[in-house]
Ligand binder design. Structure first.
Ligand code: NAD
Length: 499
């Protein structure tokens, strides 16, 4: 049973930066909008958390206009000054981190500690990228005998950022840090499924960023589409599903404007365990990489396909089941909870649909596959950690991203087959490889089509190392500081004749 905690006494109203209704943050303040007012719910309990007025297309217009008006003066500050403001914002986040983490935990259903850590990680990222600001440099190119040929890094102007629901505050930091330090202004559209902390984040910029430099427009797909299509938005940075990524490409084409585009999309990521790996270590890595704990599998980087050598299959599977059995699923703020609720009942049903497809395809359900028995969790969108064995290449679970706590186990005999299986999806985001043989490890790292590969490691994202997808998993990368800054600029070449 999940014990209720003192957390229940901390009202959500006391965490919110408004009295009655959340509204778009435009031009440095919460602004009355034209969109409808909706209730925002906690997926773990179904309880109403807040009322939020959504941005209609005209509010998106107003936000872009504010961002456009603010951009020249913001870009005219020195990069050092802009970086200092973002460092100060990081300090404000750190001073508020418990409140932000709790709000994110309630809004997403994920456990309190990882959500608080995510907000802290976002703040530290802002500090790190602020420290890297002066590395955003042009080049001097010896292209002619006497002339000077130099490149300058100039901002795009207004960046439109659209985010997924799983790590709201981390994304607010990752989208705004490089954009603003490079001299752009920004309009962020958070996920309609967890918009609260992005509005709190915006309110922390009051008196720190000039009005219009950072704007937030809560809303559904229509608000996102209006932002993407807006003629004054010159770069779009998107984190979400492949389907929405494709739709954004269409919207951009239909807008008749050429735009810079970053897409951080989904994954169906392999963890390959070769015959010489240690079964217990591989099982640990599989459970950790699957992100059952922390976000209930709702991470783009989750290694949701275990591809294990036939000889190790039974040992690794047994170790995985022992570990999965011990995962403590509970209310997000309850003491000791390791795994919380999915983002919504709709998503829970979608995940359970994948479980049905897994069974219908002939996979063997070894654990989970439904809601936990604890009656305290009956009001939420909980799904127990789920493990399928006997998954074959043609099965739905071998191909489609579940974005939930469902692990699929596949087997191989020859190394070459493992690589073929690893590459046999449309996705190419992360991959993890387990072996004690350095040649085997390097051959696999070379052959696997993914943007982020771990060898004898899994799950951790290292700040400074670019995280981005191959194939359908996206274009561009994030988290690498200098690359992030560079992607938020365009290059101007200046050729100076010396007479
Ligand atoms: P989603 O694509 O449903 O929604 C993401 C955002 O796009 C939301 O803010 C949504 O309102 C907005 N949106 C929806 N339709 C739109 C449209 N037509 N035009 C503009 N914006 C639109 O994704 P989700 O369910 O929030 O998140 C889960 C997905 O995100 C998974 O596929 C996951 O793998 C992916 N993801 C990727 C990364 C990464 O870094 N690669 C990180 C987190 C999540």
């Amino acid at each position: 049973m999940s014990a209720p905690t003192a957390a229940a006494e901390i009202t959500t109203d006391s965490l919110l930066p408004w009295d009655d209704t959340g509204r778009p943050w435009i031009g440095g303040r919460f602004t009355e909008a034209a969109g409808p007012t909706v209730d925002d719910h906690a997926p773990a309990t179904g309880e109403r958390l807040a009322r939020v007025q959504l941005a209609a297309a005209e509010d998106v217009d107003a936000a872009v206009a504010a961002a456009r008006a603010a951009q020249p003066a913001w870009a005219a500050l020195s990069i050092r000054e802009r970086a200092e403001r973002m460092e100060a914002l990081a300090d404000r986040i750190l001073a508020t981190v418990d409140r932000i983490g709790r709000l994110d935990s309630r809004d997403t259903g994920s456990p309190l500690t990882p959500m608080t850590n995510g907000a802290r990680k976002g703040a530290l990222y802002l500090k790190q990228i602020a420290g890297a600001a002066l590395e955003l440099q042009g080049r001097t190119i010896p292209a002619s005998a006497r002339g000077w040929h130099v490149t300058r890094r100039e901002p795009w102007g207004v960046i439109g950022a659209i985010t997924a629901y799983n790590h709201p505050t981390l994304y607010s930091c990752q989208k705004s840090g490089p954009a603003l330090i490079a001299g752009n202004t920004i309009v962020i559209k958070p996920s309609e499924q967890a918009p609260l902390s992005t509005l709190l984040f915006a309110s922390l910029t009051e008196d720190l960023l000039p009005p219009g430099v950072l704007n937030v427009v809560p809303g559904h797909a229509e608000a996102g589409a209006a932002l993407v299509a807006h003629r004054d938005v010159t770069r779009v940075s998107f984190t979400g599903s492949v389907a929405t990524g494709l739709q954004i490409q269409r919207t951009i084409a239909d807008s008749g404007r050429i735009k810079s585009l970053q897409l951080e999309l989904g994954g169906k990521n392999p963890i390959v365990v070769f015959a010489d790996a240690d079964p217990a270590e591989a099982a640990d890595a599989t459970v950790r990489g699957m992100n059952f704990m922390r976000v209930q599998g709702q991470s783009c980087g989750s290694t949701s396909r275990l591809i294990v050598h036939r000889e190790l299959r039974d040992a690794v599977t047994e170790e995985i089941l022992t570990r999965v059995d011990k995962i403590r699923i509970g209310l997000p703020e309850a003491e000791g909870t390791q795994m919380g609720s999915l983002i919504s009942p709709v998503h829970r049903d979608r995940v359970l649909g994948f479980v049905e497809a897994g069974k219908a395809d002939g996979g063997e359900l070894l654990a989970g596959g439904g809601a936990p028995a604890d009656p305290a969790l009956a009001g939420g969108a909980f799904v127990s950690p789920t493990v399928f064995a006997g998954v074959q290449l043609g099965h739905t679970l071998a191909q489609e991203e579940v974005f939930g706590p469902v692990l699929s186990i596949m087997t191989f005999t020859e190394d070459a087959d493992a690589i073929e299986l690893a590459n046999a999806t449309e996705y190419g985001l992360t991959a993890s490889v387990w072996t004690r043989d350095i040649d085997r490890a390097l051959r696999a790292a070379d052959a696997i089509e993914a943007g982020y590969v771990w060898v004898n490691d899994v799950e951790t994202r290292y700040t400074g190392v670019p995280f981005g997808g191959f194939k359908q998993s996206g274009i561009g990368s994030e988290q690498s500081l200098l690359d992030d800054l560079e992607q938020c600029t365009r290059t101007k070449a200046v050729n100076i004749a010396v007479r």
